[in-house]
Design a protein. Structure first.
Length: 389
């Protein structure tokens, strides 16, 4: 074991030097975890701002070929003195970020000071607001154009990019996902097609619609049609919906086990499409709708994205479980109970996910599927339930 001990990660440690003082000893694994934590780092340290400045001469210890040095706050939190610009004009802060240097010079009245008379510095200082705005736009553009990946697959941002990824990958996975979503929307009669050039009227607000893409943990490609709810009128009343708390779900499972009840979980597919919207909105179909591109589609169902969609589904589900004889618990309003004489059946609601505690959960599932026509999926005993309360 003596030969293996020095190679053990717990024994491989480093002394961290901070501000010329040695601090605590850090294990190798902790150091690696800290390094990998920042996934946005691209191998280049950037500085946040210039904290201070000073003049330097050729004989000074801090002289590095420049007439002025600046105290820089780096993005990692470290502070160092860096030269403003060397005599050749090929290195220094002025070369790295002229806008930041110009802002510092103007704020501190250094534009005419020795060491700060750099070519173009005054011009940049006069237009610093415009340059900062351009820099922010460029940074935002690079962020939006950066590829997004989920579970090892690149995720498209729109329909056009989805088609391009299918072409590059040599398959139709994203196209099939969009077609599946549109098929489900048509099955639920979510829109009324008014054709090309139809004007639904001034009381029917026009909004946008787009496809939102994602990849599940098992590699399934999913597409969801989402509305641009920000363009619709903002409701006066609250449209927020609540969900069962983690403590409430644990209490349901705990009391169910004590009373010898079966614990089942299920997921209601396309829950938003099971409800009707109260907002008068319409969309003009885009290329993802195929032959219906350009048609005016008046929305009937509460698709994702509109303000009140999150409230329509809880209202619909509440009416359903009330008709089944359930009433809300005094503990939480998202736990529904039904008296069965010697015990109470319970249903905990978390948006479109249900946790059922009953001696005969199959009867509840049959009511939801046969009577209410809900499309349930993943109906089974939960893989794991934490009973700690």
């Amino acid at each position: 074991m003596k030969d293996k001990a020095p190679k053990d990660p717990a024994h491989i440690k480093f002394k961290c030097l901070v501000n010329n003082d040695f601090e605590e000893v850090v294990a190798h694994n902790d150091l690696v975890d800290f390094t990998e934590k920042d996934t946005t780092w691209e191998g280049v340290w950037t500085f946040e701002k210039i904290l201070s400045h000073e003049k330097v001469r050729k004989g000074d210890n801090d002289h590095r070929g420049a007439g002025a040095s600046c105290l820089v706050l780096w993005s990692a939190g470290e502070q160092t003195w860096e030269p403003l610009c060397d005599r050749r004009g090929k290195s220094g802060l002025w070369i790295c970020d002229p806008v930041m240097v110009a802002v510092c010079a103007k704020d501190n009245g250094l534009l005419d000071e020795p060491g700060w008379k750099l070519p173009g510095l005054k011009k940049i200082a006069k237009t610093q607001k415009k340059l900062i705005c351009m820099a922010n736009k460029a940074e935002l553009h690079s962020f939006r154009s950066k590829p997004v990946c989920m579970c090892g697959f690149q995720v498209p941002r729109n329909h056009t990019e989805a088609l391009e990824l299918d072409r590059v990958n040599g398959n139709t996975m994203w196209t099939d996902a969009e077609m599946t979503e549109l098929k489900q929307i048509d099955e639920h009669k979510s829109f009324v097609d008014k054709g090309v050039g139809h004007n639904p009227g001034s009381d029917c607000k026009r909004i946008r619609a787009h496809m939102a893409h994602a990849v599940k943990h098992d590699g399934r490609h999913k597409a969801r049609l989402a509305d641009g709810g920000l363009l619709a009128e903002t409701p006066v009343d609250s449209v927020c919906s609540s969900v069962v708390s983690l403590r409430g779900a644990r209490l349901l499972a705990f009391t169910g086990e004590l009373n010898d009840l079966k614990i089942w979980s299920t997921d209601i597919g396309n829950a938003h499409l099971e409800t009707c919207t109260e907002e008068k909105v319409h969309v003009i179909a885009g290329p993802e709708f195929g032959d219906r591109e350009g048609h005016a589609l008046v929305k009937l169902k509460a698709l994702c994205g509109v303000h009140s969609s999150e409230l329509r589904w809880p209202e619909r589900l509440a009416n359903v479980v009330r008709e089944m004889g359930f009433f809300t618990s005094k503990c939480e309003k998202d736990i529904w109970m039904r008296d069965k004489g010697d015990h109470h059946e319970c249903i905990a609601v978390c948006v479109d996910n249900l946790l059922i505690a009953s001696k005969d959960p199959d009867s509840i599932v049959k009511l939801l599927t046969e009577t209410c026509q809900f499309k349930l999926k993943g109906t089974a005993r939960p893989y794991r339930i934490s009973l700690r309360v």
